[in-house]
Design a protein around this ligand. Sequence first.
Ligand code: ARG
Length: 475
Amino acid sequence: MTRKRDINVTQKTSALNTKNTSWSGRFNEPVAELVKKYTASIGFDYRLAAYDIQGSIAHAQMLGAQKIISQDDVKAIEQGLADIAKEIEAGQFEWLLDLEDVHLNIEKRLTDKIGDAGKRLHTGRSRNDQVATDVRLWLRASADQVGAALKKLQLSLLDLAEAHFDTVMPGFTHLQVAQPVTLGHHLMAYVEMLSRDAQRFADCRRRINRLPLGAAALAGTSYPIDRELVAKKLGFDGVCENSLDAVSDRDFAIEFTFAASLVMTHLSRLSEELILWSSPRFAFVDIADRFCTGSSIMPQKKNPDVPELVRGKTGRVYGHLTALLTLMKGQPLAYNKDNQEDKEPLFDTVDTLLVTLEIYADMMRGITVNKDNMRQAASEGFATATDLADYLVKKGMPFRDAHEVVALAVRYAVDKKVDLSDLPLATLQQFSSSISDDVYAVLTLEGSLNSRNHIGGTAPVQVKAAIARMRTALK
Ligand code: ARG
């Protein structure tokens, strides 16, 4: 993905430069200055430059192979574009507002450099299929980067899960203590979510990876082009089958942003937990200082800024998804200038997602776990009450009756301010004569964990196995 950087866009305003000669032929007066600024996309679409050049080279080579332009022209175009790529890379390229967008800036520079051969590059092509191609190439590279970043975060979470495969914590429903789980099991839930996210990007990539070029403005072109050849040169799996669809739909970008939104959803949930868990009320974890900030007024504060910002930036990515969906919904076929508005939300989605994944992978390596506090919390909320009910069922009592018996026992223990496991056998037997002294094995946290010993359960042996399976899947 070509990164965001600060570029200078030269705003030529002299009388000589107020016309965009690529299309100004039919106009009687120059475009108003404000309109020029309003309609130009060069301030952001410069990020497509490397892909624009890649697409143009493939297009020119195809034109040459089909004898639509000469081999000399192809050579001149290849050389000229390679030089321009170097100028851009070195920050020496002069981007002109008058030239509207990345496509016209590069084409004009090429023509200045190599003359008529440069003017032949646009044969059988339109900016409409050109920009759709550029965005797809850019997004394909971004999808690959996101895939790699997701994997890095998964590995970071796996390491933490492995270190805590048997660390006891309270599992919650309704944010009330429910049943004991291991921290490893809890973290593996997120690793699973991220696996599905990675699948979504891989799946979306298949639909991104189709070539629009050849659609020209909207209807195709009268030149004897070879679209398959261009697709092959650019590493596309095939061509877009309908020219009107090729230039106009941005569903692949919407899909990508949706997949990004779901990653952010998952990370926002984990962030919410880290924020709660690092609060002194929970004190389950400590986030390394390098991910936190202090307060300018309250000297005792250590704020979990990074998870808070992840939670906040999730809204920003959702906003981009809404923007792209809304952008598309009112557009008649085929290309409309509305589509120029696809870039900023898309670029910002990728930027936000990639930096979030990177920082998260690092942050999870800087988490210290307070095992004692987690264990203490797990033993406070009658987390093993279900285990007592299951115990009674195994002794022959119907589950609903067992539920009632345990509810009464819990009420008693709440009144006495003790845990179920603190009640003497004689007391427990007042609730059910089926209870004998083997009950204490199921009332302990470890007894409860170990009994959930099946695939997907929280027994430490199962968590270990799940981690091993995931490591193999990530290889
Ligand atoms: N900058 C334009 C975009 O991003 C390129 C395509 C312009 N096409 C046109 N017919 N004006 O969509």
